[in-house]
Design a protein around this ligand. Structure first.
Ligand SMILES: [Zn+2]
Length: 61
């Protein structure tokens, strides 16, 4: 049995996240607190996420 998604929890707001398959080192955004999270490790479909400090990007509106 294989799963098409991975799960993890935001270290900041503890929201459960379900995401498409990602690889270690990729970054995600928490939909709740909008933090950028980096995938530190993946074990049995479970993500270990660490907060990443990012500079706000200028999207050039
Ligand atoms: Zn969050």
């Amino acid at each position: 049995m294989s799963t098409a998604t991975l799960t993890g929890a935001c270290p900041e707001c503890e929201t459960d996240l379900t995401v498409p398959p990602v690889v270690q080192g990729e970054t995600l955004s928490c939909p709740e607190c909008m933090l950028t999270l980096r995938v530190e490790d993946i074990t049995d479909g479970r993500l270990t996420l660490h907060m990443v400090e990012v500079q706000l990007r200028d999207w050039g509106q």
